[in-house]
Design a protein. Structure first.
Length: 184
């Protein structure tokens, strides 16, 4: 259910684009994200900082798209979000000596520090590359291709990357489970 809620705005954006074009899709994405945040706030009493950031970026870039009637702004939105995530991971690691991936996932698994560091750097690189890839698709192809890439390509690459991360982590999780021994 959470996964569906996370992808709710992008799925509605895609559907609205196919029916009514980029400007209607942009308005739908803004409204869907506002509804998503309102639902999370009402249901759970809090909203994650990344979700607030996503709301801010869609309102800013989506609003600029609608105001200027120029789809360039909405095409930049995923890149800005990806680069903000990469920048947060990079800044946390370099300036605050804090691994934000470990902060997010450390309660669920125990890993050696070098593995956490590798995870942080790999996600940083992935988000930076995704931002560049989004711009390349946005400027080299038509809007319809960009929208298709945004939904299927972006989500597909994220899925493949997450599977690769899981495979990488699986080597270390087995060792951790074995080191703890059997539990009664």
């Amino acid at each position: 259910m959470k996964l569906l809620l996370d992808f709710f705005p992008i799925i509605l954006f895609f559907a609205a684009f196919k029916i009514s074009g980029i400007y209607a899709a942009t308005a739908v994405a803004i409204a869907a994200t506002v509804l998503q945040i309102a639902y999370l706030r009402f249901k759970h009493g809090k909203v994650e900082p990344m979700q607030w950031l996503s709301l801010g970026v869609i309102v800013l870039f989506g609003g600029a798209t609608l105001f200027a009637q120029n789809d360039t702004f909405i095409k930049w939105k995923p890149t800005v979000l990806y680069w903000l995530m990469a920048g947060a991971l990079l800044g946390g690691q370099l300036f605050f000596r804090k691994n934000l991936i470990k902060s997010l996932m450390g309660a669920q698994m125990e890993l050696p520090e070098p593995v956490w560091r590798t995870m942080c750097w790999s996600w940083t690189g992935f988000f930076a590359a995704m931002g560049l890839l989004n711009l390349w698709v946005a400027y080299q192809f038509d809007t319809d291709t960009w929208v298709n890439f945004k939904l299927f390509g972006g989500m597909g690459l994220m899925f493949v990357f997450a599977i690769g991360q899981a495979l990488y982590l699986s080597r270390y999780l087995k060792d951790t489970a074995q080191a703890k021994g059997p539990q009664a």
